[in-house]
Design a binder for this molecule. Structure first.
Ligand code: AMP
Length: 173
């Protein structure tokens, strides 16, 4: 599997959910057994079982890749969710969106202190979501080894918000 094959399967949907947004629809990748498995394998990068304790995925499409990657790495999976969705006690982190703001949360006991964490999401745009997730992971004592994305929208410069962390993406637009 090459990133070029994955790139070809990503469907661009103009003006969804709002005018001017070029939405990157990954469902054609998810629905194809070979592409789905290839995408998960590529997201693992150089990580092998035993190198990562926990894969953290971001609500909601990040969950798909993070859970699959966790199984491959024989690691646990921990969700970072939108505020109000996790049932137990949480830490919350707010961040700015283009219009307004959003808040995400993690369970206070989500990670063992010192856990080696791989943070995964489907797409890096402005980087606000991933930067907030990284702050939550640090707050519960996690040690982030890498932040990996299926897709990166380079023009939005999201990497700058993740300064100091190794960032990797499979497909760039
Ligand atoms: P950001 O915080 O700006 O980096 O936005 C990242 C989050 O928003 C990811 O979890 C994506 O699922 C979603 N997202 C942002 N822009 C797009 C887009 N053009 N197509 C699909 N998803 C997007």
């Amino acid at each position: 599997m090459t990133p070029a094959e994955l790139r070809q399967a990503i469907r661009n949907v103009p003006d969804f959910p709002n005018p001017g947004i070029q939405f990157k629809d990954i469902t054609p990748v998810l629905g194809d057994p070979r592409l789905l498995a290839g995408c998960v394998d590529l997201l693992l990068g150089g990580f092998k079982p035993g190198m990562v304790d926990t894969v953290v995925g971001i609500d909601a499409r990040g969950f798909i890749f993070a859970a699959a990657a966790a199984i491959r790495l024989e690691a646990g999976f921990v969700p970072v969710r939108k505020k109000g969705k996790l049932p137990y006690r949480t830490y919350e982190q707010s961040y700015d969106l283009e219009y307004g703001s959003s808040t995400i949360a993690i369970h206070v006991d989500g990670l063992r202190p010192g856990s080696r964490v791989l943070l995964l999401d489907d797409l890096l745009a402005t980087g606000g979501t991933a930067a907030a997730a990284a702050q939550l992971i640090r707050r519960v004592g996690g040690n982030i080894l890498e932040v990996a994305f299926f897709i990166e929208l380079e023009a939005l410069g999201g990497r700058k918000k993740l300064e100091g962390l190794p960032v990797r993406s499979l497909v760039q637009f």
